[in-house]
Design a protein around this ligand. Structure first.
Ligand code: SAM
Length: 275
């Protein structure tokens, strides 16, 4: 299948799904990712393959509750890019309902490459989509992010992921799904990122995904505040450095507070040689 044909089929498949898309499940994953990555208002953020905007809206909600209002921080609105006009239309409607219309800059476009200049982003988020985008997306994020920029993505774990029909056909062939958090960190390192951390989270229906955050090589971004000993992960709790947590629905659709980077994870990841 050519890339153009694949994109057309992808857009059609998700357009068809957009009226019945499982927002609650994907919102939980995105909120867990946003809590794990902790975007700040100073960062220019993109949500790659945003769908109905789970990660963009979770980010916008978190920043709006902490700052000067939707899209009003120095980082500006979250750039949300997706091939499917139907998914983007549903996302715009959700943003309006949530009072976040000005907080997201929606684009119907391929997410690879992201429609931004080289080195112009501080943070790329990608929730529940990298398994469709493939390895080219990871390479493009290295291009689009400034040195020391950040990436946060999720992937389903290989054991419990069983897509059917067109969604199985459209999976990227060049990205092996990880079996656990260690393999997810390795995936980020092999793609060229540094300081990876990963955590497996399991939904109430037992679908497990891994959350990954990492940096681009170069000047590290400013570190957030001191590390807590225990922290909340989107409704569940996890001990410091614990690689597996559960997550639950937030009734108001908003993410919990920021989760700082941790010394434990950095120390563990620093042990990997030559990366
Ligand atoms: C399972 S949905 C996830 C959407 C959203 N990120 C979420 O967390 O709910 C996958 C999305 O990837 C989009 N997608 C797949 N390939 C894409 C590409 N090359 N460029 C842009 N969007 C793409 C689809 O249109 C769909 O909206």
């Amino acid at each position: 299948m050519t890339e153009a044909r694949k994109r057309q089929r992808m857009a059609e498949a998700f357009d068809d799904l957009s009226g019945s898309y499982d927002d609650p499940h994907h919102d939980r994953i995105a909120r867990a990712l946003v809590a794990f990555v902790a975007p700040t208002a100073a960062e220019s953020v993109a949500d790659a393959a945003c769908g109905t905007g789970a990660a963009a809206l979770a980010t916008a909600a978190a920043l709006a509750s902490a700052g000067p209002g939707p899209g009003g921080g120095p980082g500006g609105p979250v750039l949300a890019v997706d091939l499917s006009p139907g998914m983007v239309a549903a996302g715009r409607a959700r943003a309006a309902r949530l009072g976040l219309a000005g907080a997201v800059d929606w684009r119907v476009a391929p997410a690879v490459p992201l429609p931004v200049p080289d080195g112009s982003l501080d943070l790329v988020l990608c929730a529940s989509s990298l398994h469709f985008l493939g390895a080219a997306a990871l390479a493009d994020w290295l291009r689009a992010l400034r040195p020391g920029g950040r990436v946060g993505f999720t992937l389903p774990l290989v054991g419990g992921f069983h897509p059917r029909g067109v969604f199985a056909e459209l999976l990227a062939a060049d990205l092996a799904l990880p079996a656990d958090a260690d393999q997810a960190r390795t995936l980020a390192l092999d793609a060229g990122f540094t300081d990876p951390a990963a955590r497996v989270v399991t939904a109430a229906d037992a679908r497990a995904v891994v959350l990954v955050r990492a940096r681009t090589p170069g000047q590290p971004a400013e570190e957030p505040d001191p590390v807590p000993t225990r922290r909340s992960v989107a409704g569940g709790t996890a001990a410091e450095g614990e690689p597996h947590a559960t997550f639950s629905a937030g009734a108001d659709g908003r993410p919990p507070g920021p989760v700082p980077w941790t010394g434990v994870e950095r120390a563990r990841d620093a042990r990997r040689p030559g990366r």
